[in-house]
Every structure is written in structure tokens, then in C-alpha cells.
Design a protein around this ligand. Structure first.
Ligand SMILES: NC(=O)c1ccc[n+]([C@@H]2O[C@H](COP(=O)([O-])OP(=O)(O)OC[C@H]3O[C@@H](n4cnc5c(N)ncnc54)[C@H](O)[C@@H]3O)[C@@H](O)[C@H]2O)c1
Length: 213
């Protein structure tokens, strides 16, 4: 990755981690976004932020992590460098427009490397698609380690218990996980990691809640 230009589409929870890891491996990271706040956040962290139109001819590696569809479309594919690598780490295999990629290809060489298919375009450029555009960290790697999933599963379990207790008070719709659940899971994980943090004194708690100096 060192010296390569990695384009990360989406600077949400996943994208920012991906961008940080790519930078940590020596890549030059370019971020694309649609949310001005997220885009500004990326700018303030020192990333180059631009549109996918502009990023398309710059990138050696593209990773989409938006949860959205057609983030990389035919007009982007048409401008990419020979040898560009395409991957998706968002939710489904529609962040990269695979139908257009297949339509634009005059030749497809599946499995040129494990989990890598080569698409040869009319002008001879080759684009490499990892894991058929499905979640690349699951398809081309070993997925999430248990140490990552146990946090999610703890939140799922505690939230399920919370729903069982409170379903009578809930309106149909999407409801946020209660802050108390997130806090409890973080507290337990910190303890498991042997990390201890300070707690607020009653005076500090009341000071933070008051308007008085
Ligand atoms: N690969 C994995 O293991 C894994 C793990 C968790 C979540 N996910 C998936 O990854 C995706 C992102 O998750 P998240 O938690 O980071 O979500 P998020 O909402 O925090 O971030 C998504 C970002 O993409 C941006 N975005 C939307 N459309 C865009 C577009 N056309 N171009 C550029 N940016 C665009 C949004 O503004 C947002 O900032 C989701 O689909 C989620 O299901 C994958």
C-alpha cells in the first residue's frame, strides 16, 4: 500500500477507520463524501477530499464504504488507471456498479489472484475487482475477529433484553440503542482489557449540569 493512492468512498464509522489504516500503511488517501460535515472532518484530518469524478483517475485502489448504491459508476470506471483495484466494504455488492463494469469489459479473467477478477476494457485497461464487489474484509480476508464481534453481540443481547422489558412503551419505527447499554458494554470491555478510567465526583457532575461558574 505504501505510496499508492487509496480512494475511500464514505467517511463514516467504517470509512474513517479504513482511511486511517491505509494512511498508516503509507498510502496517500483520498476521501469522497456527500455529507459536508463528514467531508470537513476528513479535510481537518489531513485527507485529500474530492469528488469521485476527480478521484477516479487518481486512485490505485478504491474502496466503497457508504451503504449506498452506484457510488462507482460507468463514468468513473471509464477514467480509472490501468491496474486499478476495486473493492467494496459497505453493506451490499451494489456500491460498485457491476452491471456497467461487465458491460464495459471486452474480456473477463476470473481468479487472476485469489478473490480477484480482471476486467479488460475496450482500450486495454485492466480493472481488478476483489471479492465480486461483496464485502471485501469478509470475502478476501477472514472476516471479523471474535474480539470485534463480542462488542456487537453484547450490544445485541442487552438491547434485546431491553426491548423485551420496554416493548410496551415503544412506537413502531427505528429506535436508538439506549445510551446506558452502550455505556455498560464499554465499561465491561474496558474492565476486560484491564483499563480503568476516572469517574465524576458529585461536585463535578453537578457543575457540568449547571449554568453557574
Ligand atoms: N465491512 C464490514 O465489515 C462492515 C462493518 C460494519 C458496517 N458495514 C457497512 O458499511 C457501510 C458503512 O457503514 P458506516 O457505519 O460507516 O455508515 P455511516 O453512515 O457512518 O457512513 C457512511 C458514509 O457514506 C457517505 N455516503 C453516502 N453516499 C455516498 C456517496 N454516494 N459517495 C460518498 N459518500 C457517501 C455518508 O455520507 C456517510 O458519511 C454500511 O453499509 C454498513 O452496513 C460494513
Amino acid at each position: 500500500m505504501a505510496g499508492r493512492t487509496v480512494v475511500v468512498a464514505g467517511f463514516g464509522y467504517c470509512g474513517r477507520g479504513l482511511a486511517e489504516r491505509a494512511r498508516g500503511m503509507g498510502a496517500r488517501v483520498v476521501v469522497t463524501e456527500v455529507d459536508p460535515v463528514k467531508a470537513l472532518d476528513a479535510v481537518m484530518q489531513g485527507y485529500t477530499v474530492t469528488t469521485m469524478d476527480e478521484a477516479a483517475p487518481m486512485g490505485d485502489v478504491f474502496v466503497t464504504v457508504t451503504g449506498n448504491r452506484d457510488v462507482i459508476g460507468p463514468h468513473h470506471l471509464a477514467r480509472m488507471r490501468d491496474g486499478a483495484v476495486l473493492a467494496n466494504s459497505g453493506h451490499f455488492d451494489l456500491e460498485i456498479d457491476l452491471d456497467s463494469l461487465a458491460r464495459m469489459a471486452v474480456e473477463v479473467n476470473p481468479g487472476v489472484r485469489e478473490q480477484a477478477d480482471e476486467y479488460v476494457l475496450t482500450d486495454g485497461r485492466r480493472l481488478l475487482l476483489l471479492s465480486e464487489g461483496r464485502l471485501v474484509n469478509l470475502g478476501a480476508a477472514e472476516g471479523h475477529p471474535a474480539a470485534v464481534m463480542d462488542l456487537s453481540f453484547a450490544v445485541h443481547a442487552l438491547t434485546t433484553a431491553w426491548i423485551a422489558e420496554h416493548h410496551g412503551e415503544l412506537e413502531p419505527g427505528v429506535v436508538d440503542v439506549p445510551d446506558s447499554t452502550d455505556t455498560e458494554v464499554a465499561r465491561l470491555e474496558l474492565a476486560a482489557l484491564g483499563v480503568w478510567i476516572d469517574s465524576l465526583t458529585p461536585e463535578q457532575e453537578s457543575y457540568l449540569r449547571s449554568w453557574h461558574v
